[in-house]
Design a protein around this ligand. Structure first.
Ligand code: 13P
Length: 281
């Protein structure tokens, strides 16, 4: 069932668990992720970045996910990840995405707050929830480079940002980074606790691939309600495909897609359990 992300995330917040948000690049990844969530009776969010939307557009990804969601009873939300402009956010809204992120985190505070508020104002009458980001999650996400400097979310700014923008969820920077980690990431749990004290909307963790599961569980206990995984799914899918293509006689995309899907299925199943959302749908 295709639904917005609102109820599933608010229910997760009350229940002390999180909903996994998984970046998909193709139909196979969507099929495998939804199958895993369905088998575990878990809500799930699938998401696409602007970079992914250059590969196939909003309507193509939504049509795939909608068709798959209609075949299952669990709640499935389709989310725009790292929406890079007001215009793209509105396009996603019009296309029928059921959850939208506007990412103005690369802009100064005032501009970020302004664009986030405009998107939230436009989505509210449509009952589509909006995620915004404050602070800079490092690493390279999509076409954007997180850059250097002090990237962490400042708790007092988070409070002001949420009051000004009235967004539904806030993505925060507490030490995670998009892409592959060089060393072991260390999350700033004190900062998370300080943010949690002054912000009561659900908080979102980006850059979760490569973060040890124990740290993810601790972050969820500290108030994270949506957990984003992208790189891990790419690695999983490609591992299955690569393994199959070692046999050079293979020419059927269904053949390597099948093993790619199995790897994604296993990974998403594992991460749903880390989020604690299994059995919640
Ligand atoms: P990773 O690629 O590090 O899992 O980051 C995912 C993410 O935050 C998508 O927004």
């Amino acid at each position: 069932m295709l639904v917005t992300s609102k109820k599933m995330i608010l229910t997760a917040q009350k229940g002390g668990y999180a909903v996994g948000a998984f970046n998909i690049e193709n139909m196979e990844m969507a099929m495998a992720a939804i199958q895993a969530a369905n088998d575990l009776h878990s809500p799930i969010i699938l998401q696409t970045t602007p970079g992914t939307l250059k590969y196939a557009d909003l309507s193509v990804y939504l049509a795939n996910v909608k068709a798959l969601a209609e075949q299952v009873e669990i709640p499935v939300a389709m989310h725009l990840d790292h929406g890079s402009s007001f215009e793209l956010a509105m396009q996603a809204l019009r296309t029928g995405y059921t959850s939208i992120m506007i990412d103005g985190s690369h802009e100064p505070f005032d501009q970020n707050a302004e664009v986030s508020r405009r998107v939230a104002d436009a989505c509210r009458p449509n009952n589509v929830p909006v995620e915004a980001e404050l602070g800079k999650v490092g690493g390279k996400e999509d076409d954007l480079d997180g850059g250097s400097g002090n990237p962490y979310t400042v708790p007092s700014e988070a409070k002001e940002f949420v009051e000004r923008t009235q967004v539904d969820y806030l993505a925060i920077a507490i030490g995670t980074s998009h892409g592959i980690y060089k060393g072991e990431p260390k999350l700033d749990f004190d900062r998370l606790a300080e943010i949690r004290q002054v912000v009561d909307i659900p908080l979102v963790l980006h850059g979760t691939s490569g973060v040890p599961d124990e740290q993810v569980r601790k972050a969820i206990a500290g108030g994270i309600c949506k957990v984003n995984y992208a790189t891990d799914l790419r690695i999983a899918y490609t591992k299955g495909v690569r393994e199959t293509l070692k046999d050079e006689t293979v020419i059927d995309p269904k053949k390597y897609g099948t093993l790619g899907m199995k790897e994604v299925y296993d990974l998403v199943s594992e991460k749903i359990k880390v989020c604690g959302s299994d059995g919640k749908a």
